[in-house]
Design a protein around this ligand. Structure first.
Ligand code: SF4
Length: 435
């Protein structure tokens, strides 16, 4: 949307009072995200200036369009997540109409790959870019509203993705992050087998100057031997894998309608760690799912303690009307959810700290993303932007005669790790490496 508007002469401001058009890209995935979206919309609607138009875009709007318009009467336009490419039409319709009539663009069918209007889909943030390879999801997870919001999985054609990877390389992007609701399902709807490894191999060829390729959101059961082989064979593909497992007790997983074969999980994690000894493994878990007994939760704790993930995200179950788990209700009391959440977080924090401490003395390549107060801040292969940690690089005399800190932003430099915190590392530029 930002690119389409930018190409039409609009400039971005993050200051609402300066804007002609206020666009809120909402999230409707879980209750707290919905409420946050409503709060932002209500706040902007309350302080809307004469002549400003307010547009609610994104997932919340797609799923609860009528409720959004009813709850926030100051909204002028609604744009569903599947029709982001109509943003100019909505903006022009609202701004040319004098007294704007609300405009609704909420289609039923998925539109990815069909009507992209030649826009670069990747979201570029500094030297990194999120490259979306598919949209929607065909998995049956009982707690999840995404299939209701996004529809079934639709993969983008490989040649479109490769062209985009090439454009990102030409723009100097150092890291491409492949995303989809389920990246391991890539190409299934196009009749491909092992679509993700095929795609990765092609990107390695097409964008060989991009230093890092990172894969997020793989689905258990679909991380194949071929994927592991391809990841291990190409240094450009980071030894980082995000596989949300959601739980570790087969009974909970069955109620979640998720893959419940824990033998597969153990076997696959072992294969991955053997093929990529430096693998950084990330997973997410839900606590307080309906029917989760103390014993089931303890099995999750044991599993997390045993596997020793590098990164773990924990969520408390959020009841979502309309999802397959609706009949199970939300029987676990909030304080039990909170207590389990705290226990799991505490366990993982101890593991994370130990893992980080084991890196002291090692040299990691770090993508520099910012500077301030005499420090540089960046990420290593172990850190996906925004969800994982960072590496803080201390200032020292070694900077003398070297590029300015500003000039290092967007570059990948070797850093010797000197300190470890729960989530983050600190270090010094490694002068031995000739940087
Ligand atoms: S795989 Fe992810 S997006 Fe798809 S239904 Fe399950 S939780 Fe939702």
């Amino acid at each position: 949307m930002a690119q389409l508007l930018g190409a039409s002469g609009y400039r971005l401001t993050e200051e609402p009072a300066l804007a002609d058009i206020l666009i809120v890209n909402t999230c409707g995935f879980i209750g707290p995200a919905k409420e946050e979206s409503f709060e932002v919309l209500e706040e902007l609607a309350t302080h809307k200036l004469p002549g400003q138009v307010l547009i609610a875009a994104g997932c919340l709007t797609q799923r609860y369009g009528e409720e959004v318009a009813r709850r926030v009467p100051g909204i002028d336009g609604l744009l569903g997540t599947r029709r982001w490419m109509d943003i100019l039409e909505v903006v022009n319709g609202l701004r040319n109409g004098g007294q704007p009539e609300p405009l609704y663009h909420l289609p039923e069918s998925p539109t990815i790959g069909k009507d992209e209007k030649g826009v670069l889909r990747a979201a570029v943030q500094g030297a990194s870019a999120y490259l979306k390879i598919a949209d929607g999801c065909r998995r049956p997870c009982a707690f999840c509203a995404i299939p209701l919001i996004k529809g079934t999985a639709v993969s983008r054609p490989m040649k479109t993705i490769l062209a985009e990877a090439h454009t990102l390389q030409d723009r100097g992007v150092r890291e491409i992050i492949l995303i989809a609701q389920d990246t391991s399902d890539y190409g299934h709807d196009l009749g491909m087998k092992d679509g993700l490894p095929q795609l990765l191999e092609q990107i390695v060829n097409e964008a060989s100057e991009v230093d890092w390729l990172r894969v997020l959101y793989t689905y258990p059961g679909y991380v194949t031997d071929r994927l592991i082989e391809v990841m291990a064979a190409h240094p450009q593909i980071l030894p980082y894998l995000d596989m949300p497992l959601q739980h570790a007790h087969p009974a909970t997983l069955k109620r979640m309608r998720r893959p419940a074969n824990m033998e597969w999980v153990y076997r696959t994690l072992e294969k991955m760690r053997t093929a990529m000894p430096d693998l950084a493994l990330r997973s997410t878990f839900i606590v307080g799912y309906p029917g989760e007994t103390e014993g089931e939760f303890q099995a999750l704790m044991d599993f997390v303690g045993e596997i020793r993930f590098d990164r773990v995200g924990t969520f408390q179950f959020s009841f979502e009307p309309g999802t397959p788990s609706e009949p199970l209700g939300d029987p676990i009391p909030a304080e039990v959810k909170q207590e389990r959440y705290d226990r799991l977080m505490k366990l993982q924090q101890g593991i994370s700290l130990k893992k980080n401490q084991s890196l002291i003395g090692k040299v990691l390549d770090v993508l520099i993303e910012g500077e301030g107060d005499g420090l540089l801040v960046g990420r290593s292969y172990r850190d996906a932007p925004e969800i994982d940690g960072m590496v803080i690089i201390e200032d020292s005399a070694q900077w003398k005669g070297r590029p300015t800190k500003e000039a290092l932003i967007g570059k990948i430099i070797p850093v010797r790790i000197t300190g470890a915190m729960i989530y983050d590392l600190s270090g010094k530029v490694d002068t031995q490496s000739g940087q």
